[in-house]
Design a protein around this ligand. Structure first.
Ligand code: CMX
Length: 435
């Protein structure tokens, strides 16, 4: 058994014992009450899931195993001469619960490089799609095509002890994470670079190699990819991509099936597609105002116009967060170091100056502050990754780290089939009148 797998087994065995004790001693402890409004309004604030990898505070933002994004930018191991954390380190932290050493991170880099082969039939499936198919659709279909490789599915068919489920889920997780950059880069080069594909470089770290396969050799972009892959990886368990992966996995669907389902949720405009929408919204504003650098007054008017048309201002608002997303702030800091004079980046900052006030004035938007998607596109454009309909695929490659680490935990903890109760409005009407 590999070294990180041994560690995971040790940690999950210990937590399993803690959970058994907790349920035995405090199983009846009440952690909340449920109102009718919550049931109708997307279950906001309703605690109903266990996700070990990260925890979201509505004011402070995300913490991965207790560590905030600024702390991780400082503490996680970096590439040789690099400034940003290696996402391998975040995966180790989420899976094991402890900060990795540089050796731990190098180990993961090597394991993923070794497992990264993508069979040709997967590319054939992607090639069979019209080239103008949305990259997220191609990505999801690519993951589904890979499902044939699932070790868990094969072993389950043979018949395995429930206690061993986690072992094969772990193997699939490692293989799938290793393969995703190649699948994603293939889709990018196919759609935008006439199928001129770039071979992986097995000497590079996971995100550096991904950047290389996309075809952008600027080391600033490699740093951005390492940061991007780290900060988009996980946002506790209730968001659509994490919750979907977890739910589908609870049916003992293998990690390929579960991740593809999660990616289909990430592809929605209120979730991961918002990064594409932000850039489109800014570009429409520039076109309409006939300027590359709209003033703050012009931006304010354009935001009001968007609201009056009954549309959302993409990149702003959040179901849980109530302050500026630290993932936005991390990207802003990156921009200040690497591209402070870029006009599009400056427009993102000007929007940040005016949008929260206007959104707040509506009185109905609970969080007028920017989320992760408000910033990412401007940085990608700066380095020449200008095809915004690809942006959600980048988000997806990163998100796989968190949701698949969680899936390993789900099976290691033996979490059951998820099946909450639903009721009809008729049922609730009778309930409130006491019939
Ligand atoms: N622009 C305009 N209206 C907004 C808004 C925004 N950015 N954010 C919220 N609202 C509206 C909602 O549509 C809702 O309107 P109705 O009452 O008319 O239906 C009202 O304000 C209250 O919504 P809320 O409780 O503040 O927000 P929700 O928890 O329902 O939704 C979210 C959260 C993210 C879907 C929403 O803020 C939104 O649509 N934002 C824009 C899209 C976006 O950036 N999504 C990315 C989120 C991060 C991610 O997952 O990647």
């Amino acid at each position: 058994m590999g070294y990180i797998k041994d560690l995971f087994k040790e940690k999950s065995t210990a937590l399993n014992a803690d959970i058994k004790k907790m349920i035995a001693e405090h199983g009846d402890y009440k952690i909340g009450e449920i109102t009718i409004a919550q049931v109708y309004q997307g279950m906001r604030g309703m605690t109903g899931l266990i996700t070990e990898t990260s925890l979201l505070d509505s004011n402070e933002g995300i913490r991965f195993r207790g560590y905030s994004i600024p702390e991780l930018r400082e503490k996680l191991p970096k590439a040789e001469g690099g400034t940003e954390p290696l996402p391998e380190g975040l995966f180790h932290l989420m899976l094991i619960g402890e900060l990795p050493t540089k050796e731990d991170v190098d180990h993961l880099t090597a394991v993923w490089a070794r497992r990264s082969h993508v069979p040709n039939y997967v590319f054939d499936v992607i090639e069979s799609l019209p080239v103008n198919t949305h990259p997220m659709t191609q990505f999801s279909i690519g993951i589904m095509a890979l499902q044939r490789e699932s070790i868990f599915a094969k072993e389950y068919e043979k018949g395995i002890n429930k206690k061993d489920h986690w072992d094969f889920i772990y193997e699939d997780t490692m293989n799938l994470i290793a393969r995703l950059p190649r699948v994603a880069a293939y889709i990018y080069r196919r759609k935008y670079k006439n199928g001129d594909h770039i071979h992986p470089n097995g000497m590079l770290d996971w995100a550096g190699n991904f950047a290389h396969m996309l075809g952008i050799e600027d080391k600033g972009f490699w740093a951005l990819m390492r940061l991007y892959m780290t900060i988009h990886a996980d946002h506790e368990g209730g968001n659509v991509s994490a919750h979907t992966t977890h739910l589908v996995g609870s049916a003992l669907s293998d990690p390929y099936l579960a991740l593809a389902a999660g990616m289909n949720g990430l592809a929605g405009p209120l979730h991961g597609l918002a990064n594409q929408e932000v850039i489109r919204w800014i570009e429409e504003m520039q076109r309409e105002l006939e300027t590359e650098a709209p003033s703050k007054e012009q931006i304010a008017d354009y935001i009001r116009k968007t609201l009056s048309e009954g549309k959302v201002v993409p990149g702003y608002g959040h179901a849980v967060l109530r302050k500026t997303d630290p993932r936005f702030t991390a990207q802003m800091e990156f921009g200040k170091t690497h591209c402070p004079d870029d006009p599009l980046v400056q427009t993102v900052w000007n929007i940040y100056d005016v949008a929260p006030g206007i959104l707040g004035e509506t009185g109905k938007i609970k969080n007028p502050w920017p989320n992760v998607d408000a910033h990412s596109g401007a940085l990608l454009k700066h380095y020449g990754l200008v095809e915004e309909d690809f942006y959600t695929v980048l988000f997806g490659v990163s998100r796989a780290l968190g949701v698949l680490a969680s899936l390993c935990w789900d099976r290691a903890l033996g979490l059951p089939l998820e099946r909450p109760k639903s009721v009809t409005t008729e049922y609730l009407k009778k309930l409130v009148v006491g019939e």
